[in-house]
Design a protein around this ligand. Structure first.
Ligand code: GUN
Length: 282
């Protein structure tokens, strides 16, 4: 029987294994720096995985851990140090930041050609204009790879969630591929009417098993970005996986869906920044 489940882990592994081969024979390795501020448990797990994967591939990777009461000046100085570090090609500032720090102030301090997340104004602007910048955000990039063999042009794509990390850049990437895109969010009226019209539904709202079968179209393709914890400690997505299964044509699971693709794309972005910096056309 043909499976409806898109195995993100498998696709991500192919990407990282391929990168490993590219890096093997390099004298100078691509370098990734990850900055984390404070003690948010989920963020700490994410960043450790990022650094671990980078090192497994053979990249040089450093983790900069700053305290939750870190000042603006401290963070500016860490970013400046990394901007000037020849061994670092990509800089990632893990979000969210503590409340006293405004992310916009810092994301724009990362040099555009070291902005491995594609979150600063230059790279965001390039994506919005449908042009190539230095990097595009990792989670939506991973989503687009999962949709690689799917005809997107002319399809109704609905995105639940309007974050700068996933919802907005995913909308732009789908629009650049000629989908008809709708972004729904917490203030959207008649949500079911919108989701029922989605050929492709991307769920990134952080609400445990929010999407049920009544909300989707027969044959829909569902990409579940949510990572939520159930009372038994297990992870689950924004979609009620078992409930919608009978109606979907394709679906990503949680875990082993979008999550590993985010990390694989971060690695790919690091390598692409390394190549761009090596070429010197900046
Ligand atoms: N927090 C949640 N996802 C991400 C991401 O992709 N990049 C960064 N920097 N922070 C995040």
């Amino acid at each position: 029987m043909e499976t409806k489940i898109i195995n993100g882990s498998e696709i991500a592994k192919k990407i990282t294994e391929n990168l490993k081969k590219q890096v093997e024979n390099l004298d100078v390795k691509p370098g990734l720096a990850v900055i984390i501020i404070g003690n948010d448990e989920a963020s700490r797990i994410y960043v450790k995985n990022k650094v671990k994967t980078a090192r497994e591939i053979g990249f040089y990777s450093v983790l900069k851990e700053l305290p939750s009461d870190c000042t603006k000046e401290m963070l500016f100085s860490v970013i400046e140090e990394l901007n000037n570090d020849k061994n670092i090609n990509g800089i990632l500032l893990q979000l969210p930041l503590p409340k006293h720090l405004k992310k916009e102030d810092f994301l724009d301090k990362i040099l555009p050609y070291k902005d491995v997340d594609g979150f600063n104004s230059y790279n965001t602007g390039k994506l919005a204009r449908g042009e190539k910048g230095y990097a595009i955000p990792c989670t939506p990039k991973g989503i687009m790879k999962l949709l690689e063999n799917i005809e997107i042009e002319g399809k109704n794509a609905v995105i639940l969630g309007r974050s700068n990390i996933v919802g907005k850049p995913a909308a732009l990437m789908l629009l650049n591929r000629n989908a008809t895109v709708t972004i729904a969010h917490s203030k959207t009226k008649d949500l079911e009417k919108i989701t029922q019209n989605a050929d492709i539904l991307i769920c990134a709202i952080g609400k445990k098993e929010f999407v049920k079968k009544e909300m989707i179209k027969q044959g829909a393709i569902i990409i579940d970005v949510g990572i939520n914890r159930k009372s038994d400690g297990k992870l689950t997505g924004d979609v009620d996986f078992n409930d919608v299964m009978e109606k979907v044509s394709l679906i990503t699971p949680v875990p082993k869906g979008v999550g590993p693709m985010t990390i694989a794309c971060l690695m790919e972005n690091t390598y692409e920044l390394y190549l761009a910096q090596k070429r010197g056309i900046l």
